[in-house]
Ligand binder design. Structure first.
Ligand code: SF4
Ligand code: SF4
Length: 618
């Protein structure tokens, strides 16, 4: 809630609605009636952070605990930051307007590597010492979770602890422990030592990292009884895991401005580039009854007229048609739309199409990821050209005329022929439209082929792979454009330089903490926003710090090298990832978890798809 001091600044900034709080369903408590004040910080602007499902879940869940008050904090846009610094206003939480400097726990969610400088900038704007070793008391405990916490090392100096895996249980356990230690006036060191014993908690200061002369990691040694490895936490019964019945409804338009229902966690596929697919194993579905109830509650409490059925691969839900039929029993009456953000090429059926079409029609997006079958086999995409053509023909028959296809360039073993294959596949989709007797009358077709640059990520079979140099990526991008023959196919791509930086920090080690600090001091922030990202500036910073970024991005690692994240355990065996990498080079695919278990290791969590009957088996 804004106070006079904040209000004074709002006339000078764009979109003041980002900074005022007080929205429908936001949680207000009395600071003096709670024991733990938790600042949930999203290191990007309001519109991005408010669209994030993890924030909605953890914000609501923490606030169900009577002794906790969790508030939201976003990175202010540069105009507001300037006003705040000019007027001596520290970073504040939206619900109370209080400076987060006075909070007990400051928690960040790590969604993408290019937000790391925003984290330091937010701490600085709050007046909180950036390095964990400079924060001595138990208050101002700085913690983080989210997918990028799988390799926390480039941020190790700044955080007191990281949550590894899914947060719903472990967050509450840490907060309860914090409350106990705060009441007993115990030290931060005592608390961290105790917290490190909770499964899913990583305390970086309790691990010593040594390096070889060639800068590769020599050893990771735990201290004071800290566990090795640190095992992820996971919610096995997703029907019973906490899900809010209310979301905060923003005053201003946000990126995903709708109700979001989570239908499943994990993915049955094993695309070899996909970090999320491995981090969230095993695949776990929510039941139709639970999803239906949650959607209804959320629509009632927020007033939204659109539900997005969210997950890594929604069309893999085994009872999707039944779910949509069930939702239709009330969404049609209430004129509420249903959208499926992630559709697979190989299971978009006429039946499914008619169900989503009956309520609302949006452009269709599919991700073949690679332009040729050979390369799709390398990455284990398990999608054929025939399936893609069948799918787009279904879509054209159904009246769709805009298709977006997502690809990656720079994948392991890729040649220029594979890149040209992207344009050719786009052209085949265009040709299929004109050859289709049931195409929508009097309309043209537009096919966008969107190519991002491949970034090798930890905990994937490609974690040892070099990223293509920026020069090679740019050459491939030019080749893609040159390979497009008609204006019906529209190529687009992302700049290679941001992907390079992403690759550096995704597989970095603790030596990068110094680089991040220097980047912050040099004014780097909002690096995910093209207008602010300065590649030459970053290169100067690496040079000043004596760090070669290509060592992290473009170097092939050997299978026996100690990786900076080797002490973190997501349940996937390293031997499985090595086998998958070798199979990629042999163009051999691996079946999905529903067809056959490939013994990746995730059955150690004792549930989900690992314990279900396989298709075709009795
Ligand atoms: S289908 Fe492939 S790319 Fe999509 S979430 Fe699953 S593993 Fe990842
Ligand atoms: S153990 Fe088998 S079924 Fe379970 S996630 Fe791994 S490959 Fe899939």
């Amino acid at each position: 809630m804004v106070n006079k001091k904040i209000e004074k600044l709002l006339a000078n900034v764009q979109k003041p609605g980002r900074y005022v709080g007080g929205e429908l369903n936001c949680v207000r408590k009395h600071a003096d009636e709670v024991d733990v004040r938790f600042a949930f910080c999203f290191p990007d602007i309001y519109e991005v952070g408010m669209s994030h499902l993890g924030l909605k879940i953890l914000y609501s869940q923490l606030n169900t605990v009577p002794y906790v008050w969790c508030e939201r904090v976003f990175a202010p846009w540069v105009d507001m930051e300037e006003e705040m610094r000019k007027n001596g206003l520290p970073l504040y939480a939206l619900e109370s307007g209080d400076s987060i400097r006075d909070f007990d726990i400051i928690g960040f969610t790590l969604q993408y590597e290019l937000s790391y400088t925003n984290i330091l900038n937010m701490l600085d704007l709050a007046g909180i010492p950036l390095k964990a070793e400079d924060r001595h008391s138990l208050s101002q405990l700085v913690v983080a979770g989210g997918p990028c916490a799988c390799n926390p090392e480039p941020l190790a100096d700044f955080f007191d602890l990281f949550f590894i895996g899914e947060g719903e249980e472990v967050d509450l356990e840490v907060v309860a422990l914090y409350r106990e230690y705060k009441k007993q006036d115990r030290s931060k060191e005592e608390f961290l030592k105790a917290a490190s014993q909770i499964q899913g908690v990583y305390v970086p200061s309790l691990y010593h990292i040594s390096y070889h002369e060639d800068h590769t990691v020599k050893a990771i040694v735990p201290k004071e009884g800290a566990p090795l490895p640190v095992k992820k936490r996971i919610m096995m019964d997703v029907d019973k895991s906490y899900f809010p019945d209310k979301f905060v409804v923003p005053y201003i338009e946000i990126v995903h401005d709708r109700t979001v229902a989570e239908v499943l966690r994990g993915c049955i596929r094993g695309c070899r580039f996909c970090q999320a697919g491995f981090l969230y194993r095993p695949f776990r579905e929510k039941s139709v009854d639970v999803i239906d109830r949650q959607c209804h509650d959320l629509c009632d409490s927020t007033g939204y007229d659109e539900i997005s059925l969210s997950s890594l691969s929604t069309s893999d839900h085994s009872r999707l048609n039944e779910l949509i039929d069930r939702l239709h029993t009330w969404t049609e009456k209430e004129n509420t739309g249903i959208s499926l953000p992630s559709l697979r090429v190989d299971n978009f059926s006429p039946e499914l199409m008619s169900k989503i079409k009956s309520v609302r029609r949006s452009g269709l997006t599919f991700a073949p990821e690679a332009g040729t079958q050979r390369l799709r086999d390398v990455i284990n995409k398990n999608v054929t050209e025939e399936e893609l053509m069948k799918t787009v023909n279904t879509a054209f028959k159904g009246g769709w005329t805009t298709i977006k296809l997502y690809f990656m360039i720079g994948l392991p073993t890729e040649t220029l022929d594979d890149v040209a294959g992207i344009a050719e596949l786009g052209q085949k989709v265009v040709d299929a439209f004109y050859a289709n007797p049931d195409k929508p009358k009097g309309k043209g077709v537009k096919v966008t082929v969107s190519a991002s640059s491949f970034v090798p990520k930890p905990f994937t079979p490609f974690q040892w792979e070099p990223q293509d140099t920026m020069e090679t990526l740019r050459k491939k991008q030019r080749h893609l454009v040159a390979s497009v023959k008609t204006r019906k196919v529209e190529p687009n791509w992302h700049e290679a330089d941001t992907s390079f930086l992403e690759a550096v920090f995704a597989r970095g080690d603790r030596r990068l903490c110094g680089v991040l600090l220097e980047a912050h001091r040099s004014g780097c922030k909002m690096d995910g926003w093209q207008n602010f990202f300065s590649f030459p500036k970053w290169m100067e910073i690496f040079e000043r710090c004596g760090i070669d970024p290509a060592f992290y991005a473009n170097r092939r690692r050997s299978f026996d090298e100690v990786l900076p994240w080797d002490h973190i355990d997501y349940g996937i065996k390293k031997s499985f990832l090595i086998d998958e990498c070798k199979k990629a080079y042999a163009n051999v695919t691996t079946p999905n978890c529903r067809e056959q278990c490939s013994s990746c290791g995730a059955s150690c969590f004792k549930g989900g798809i690992c314990y279900e009957k396989r298709q075709g088996l009795v």
